[in-house]
Design a binder for this molecule. Structure first.
Ligand code: PLP
Length: 586
């Protein structure tokens, strides 16, 4: 395809997309196809010769569309929302066309900087504490866009694991990492998403599931009991995942209680708010965030409810150094001359979190007088094996720089606690306080160790900040709040309809935009109801099970859902329920 054809066909594609979204109600939300249907329709070999665009695209409507679940449909109630929106689509169109890879600042400066800015905007909109933001380049905290919540959970677990292993290795130098790994244990509630279990499997660590209370919430007392009992067995609790908005019932772990336990036992606290995180843009839902300042990392999916199309998971960490330690590699082809002046999401130079004191031949006086001022924020790095320091924004050669360990002179500055990770025993979130029974002091890594910053598992990363930035600007805070509140209002409407019908019940209180309901009686009735509803294809939902009770999850997903859509869906549910009850009871 050449430019001229692209101009015509891409415009047609835009019309196709707009028609699709405008008329989505006309499509059956759940496909009626059987496994293997597409194999029967498409050739088994790729074409030898180029095919005409019109021929290719004809197959989309004829063969692909009938095999899709239409996630943007107002009759889609399965899972959680996976919404898109026009500004988001345009962000992705542009990002796809530019196809810049934003792993280092140098690989795409605007890509990196826009991500930092958009993540700061978003963090503030949620009401996250300042320690998670990266407004000044010398902050150890910051946000990064990951691909999925699962990946954010894994990244967090791996960072915490590295931190714990480093400490254990100092205490037990005779043991290999693989032996130390066997001592680690982490925790989540019995309602946590399967991705938490998966992170434990990948991380090769034991996971203990804490029984949730009657509101499906993990409480501090149960967590602490488990931690104490595990410590008595010689295990080392190192990571806890709290969920805000569980997948089954949108339940909320008690973040303050859990956070206090984590703080006391020096475990890393990760918060998985995959779905519910979007709601915190509305201040009336922020009470669930109480205690978030105790967390080490926090993630949610704008790709769910915030109308930023997949993929986009917002993750913030209080201390990005912990990630960098975990994913630390440093090939020469990824270094650049501006290392240290900006974030590199895949890698970069040491920022202020490993900052040292410097004295340059021409600038020493000034520095000595005010060692902690921002203008002195200095970074040591190795570029092509030469030591460099950034002094007041300039890269200086090591010959001109005298490096001293600031901790020898600066003892009680609170911000410095998080900054001097490699040579300050007070750091690592109090890890020096943990004795694990032997009371040894932990000597951390060599302060002169070369370090590059890493925020994620892959190297390459798309320019995802563009679509997030477009959505935040085009909707504005008021537009996003309106969207969230409307979803909740429609869920309340559905809840009222269910509660008014004696044949149905809602075993768990509704939170936000999801209602988990069932037919009264045996689970088999609700199972049959759901199966038949999905087979008819007018609405689509999935089940959940809490403590043996089978429910249908009804999530309000689309920003296009109206009162009438909810009424239509409820009529469909009642019609099918009536058929089933007649089948079973006559
Ligand atoms: N955590 C929770 C609470 C979820 O509900 C989900 C998915 O719905 C996930 C994690 C996984 O999200 P992702 O698909 O972004 O990995």
């Amino acid at each position: 395809m050449e430019h001229a054809e692209f101009r015509v066909k891409a415009k047609e594609m835009v019309d196709y997309i707009a028609d699709y979204l405008e008329n989505i109600r006309e499509r059956r939300v759940y496909p009626g196809v059987q496994p293997g249907y597409l194999h029967k329709l498409l050739p088994t070999e790729a074409p030898q010769q180029p095919e005409k665009w019109d021929d290719i695209f004809k197959d989309v409507e004829e063969h692909i569309m009938p095999g899709l679940v239409h996630w943007q449909s107002p009759h889609m109630h399965a899972y959680f929302p996976a919404l898109t929106s026009y500004p988001s689509i345009m962000g992705d169109m542009l990002s796809s066309a530019l196809n810049v890879l934003c792993f280092t600042w140098a690989s795409s400066p605007a890509g990196t900087e826009l991500e930092t800015i958009a993540m700061n905007w978003l963090g503030k909109l949620l009401g996250l504490p300042d320690c998670f933001l990266n407004e000044k380049n010398d902050s150890p905290g910051g946000g990064v866009i990951q691909t999925t919540a699962s990946e954010a959970t894994l990244v967090s677990l791996l960072a915490a694991r590295t931190r714990a292993l480093m400490e254990l290795a100092k205490l037990n130098p005779e043991l290999q990492s693989s032996e130390l790994l066997g001592h680690l244990i982490c925790y989540c509630s019995d309602q946590a998403h399967s991705s938490v279990e998966k992170a434990g499997l990948i991380g090769l660590v034991r996971m203990r599931y804490i029984e949730s209370d009657e509101n499906q919430s993990m409480r501090g007392a149960q967590l602490e009991e488990a931690i104490i009992s595990d410590k008595a067995k010689g295990l080392v609790p190192f990571w806890v995942c709290a969920t805000l908005g569980t997948t089954g019932s949108v339940a909320f772990d008690n973040l303050r209680e859990v956070g206090q336990v984590c703080e006391k036992h020096s475990a890393w606290l990760h918060v998985d708010a995959a779905y519910a995180g979007s709601a915190f843009i509305c201040p009336e839902y922020r009470h669930w965030l109480d205690g978030v300042e105790l967390a080490d990392s926090f993630a949610f999916n704008p790709s769910k409810w915030l109308m930023v199309n997949f993929d986009c998971t917002a993750m913030w960490v209080k201390d990005s150094t912990a990630l960098h330690r975990t994913f630390n590699v440093n090939p020469i082809y990824l270094r650049h001359e501006n290392s240290g002046k900006a974030i590199d999401y895949m890698l970069g130079t040491q920022k202020a979190n490993t900052r040292r004191k410097f004295r340059t031949k021409d600038d020493g006086e000034n520095f000595d007088k005010s060692p902690n001022t921002k203008s002195d924020a200095s970074i040591v790095n190795e570029v092509d094996n030469d030591k460099h320091a950034i002094m007041n924004g300039d890269l200086k050669k090591a010959d001109d720089v005298e490096v001293t360990d600031r901790n020898k002179d600066v003892s009680d500055d609170k911000t410095d606690d998080t900054n001097d990770l490699y040579n300050n025993e007070r750091n690592l979130h109090g890890y020096n306080k943990i004795s694990h029974g032997c009371g040894k002091t932990i000597q951390l890594e060599n302060p002169d160790k070369k370090e590059m910053l890493h925020w994620q598992i892959p190297l390459s990363r798309r320019f995802r900040a563009l679509k997030l930035w477009f959505v935040l600007r085009n909707y504005g805070v008021s537009g996003i709040q309106k969207h969230i509140r409307e979803s909740v209002r429609l869920a309340q409407k559905f809840e009222a309809l269910v509660l008014a019908d004696q044949r149905f019940e809602i075993p768990q209180p509704r939170n936000l935009g999801m209602v988990a309901f069932r037919l009264k009686g045996d689970n088999a009735l609700t199972e049959r109801l759901l199966k038949r509803l999905n087979a008819r294809g007018f609405i689509h939902a999935v089940p959940a099970c809490f403590k043996g009770i089978y429910v249908i999850r009804f999530t309000v997903t689309s920003q296009r859902t109206t009162n009438q859509d909810i009424l239509d869906d409820w009529n469909e549910i009642k019609t099918v329920a009536k058929e089933i009850l007649i089948d079973v009871f006559g």
